[in-house]
Design a protein around this ligand. Structure first.
Ligand code: AMP
Length: 310
């Protein structure tokens, strides 16, 4: 098992201009874990209520997802509902019910503490810090966040940033966190807050990867039909973390280091996974996705961004 993922596990209700579906499997850790499982084994840390369908737990188990860190407690599962505007790039949160999530105390099973790659998917920064407190000495730690935490838990988030190797956030959040309108300046400023690397997501326009004195621009796959953008960012983060885990060994010390070149490949792998995820509601597209699909789309990404010298 080589990537530890903590985050939310949810039942989502999602409305787009053409469709609405209720009580779908969702949550940052669900998307991230299934995304990562295409590359590596996953140690999942999360919480659900006793109303959470067994079929979803069986689905996680059918992937390479270890469930010893999944708490199933009396009560209702976290619920989130969102509605997308016509461009499918912007959305409004309609409701959030924390339910069992309100008293979530992520306690790691003893054998999770040595997991080499850690993805702190989107949850409260205090919980992300609490998980890091229990880790031995991870090789590479990635954190995801959202506007809510920049608004209501900025100090805790700033404390977290000093402890992680990479932060993932979207363009609006980067501007909000730094007060910069230029994304290039924002990326540099976030690096000064702690993380050596920053992945700045730009929705349907791809992402920017920042490292020491360098950056990389990754395009997005031009899809004709987007059905549900929910979880794209989480699937991206999971794909990236899973890819890194698969390429950096098993934590015994003989694996490769995480370099900027490896991260370049990783953000493409994450973008490939995310581009599939938005083709259907919830995690439906990931259920039928094959390694061959991933390899073919990765090749398309490479072709799309290749050009001859002048
Ligand atoms: P994304 O589309 O990548 O922003 O992620 C959407 C997922 O985040 C949904 O499946 C929600 O269940 C989950 N989510 C929404 N709000 C929160 C929150 N405050 N904390 C944790 N997860 C959340």
């Amino acid at each position: 098992m080589s990537v530890l993922i903590v985050g939310s596990i949810a039942l989502d209700t999602v409305k787009t201009p053409v469709e609405e579906h209720a009580d779908l499997l969702g949550g940052s850790a669900s998307y991230a874990s299934v995304g990562a499982s295409f590359f590596t084994g996953v140690n999942l840390v999360g919480i659900v209520g006793d109303d959470f369908p067994k079929a979803h737990i069986d689905y996680f188990g059918s992937r390479k997802i270890d469930l010893a860190g999944l708490q199933i407690v009396p009560g209702k599962t976290f619920r989130w509902s969102g509605e997308y505007h016509w461009d499918l790039n912007t959305r409004e949160t309609r409701s959030v019910e924390l339910n069992v999530f309100e008293h979530f105390n992520p306690t790691l099973p003893a054998n999770y503490a040595g997991t080499p790659i850690v993805l702190l998917a989107n949850i409260a920064p205090a919980l992300q810090n609490h998980v890091l407190d229990q880790m031995q000495k991870p090789k590479f730690v990635i954190a995801d966040t959202m506007d809510l935490w920049i608004n209501i838990a900025k100090d805790e988030l700033l404390r977290l940033l000093k402890r992680v190797d990479m932060l993932i956030l979207n363009d609006g959040e980067a501007r909000q966190l730094t007060g910069e309108t230029s994304l290039i300046k924002a990326g540099a400023k976030i690096r000064e807050l702690g993380p050596r690397f920053v992945a700045l997501k730009k929705g349907e326009h791809g992402c920017l990867l920042f490292g020491p004195d360098t950056f990389f621009s990754c395009g997005a796959y031009p899809l004709e039909d987007i059905h549900d953008p929910t979880g794209a960012g989480d699937t991206f983060a999971g794909g990236l973390a899973g890819f890194l885990a698969s390429r950096t060994g098993d934590g015994t010390g003989d694996g490769k280091e995480v370099t900027f070149d490896l991260l370049r490949q990783g953000v493409v792998a994450g973008s490939v996974l995310a581009s599939f995820n938005v083709e259907a509601f919830s995690l439906e597209r990931l259920r039928t996705l094959t390694q061959k699909d991933i390899e073919e789309r990765y090749r398309m990404f490479k072709l799309m961004s290749h050009f001859e010298t002048l």
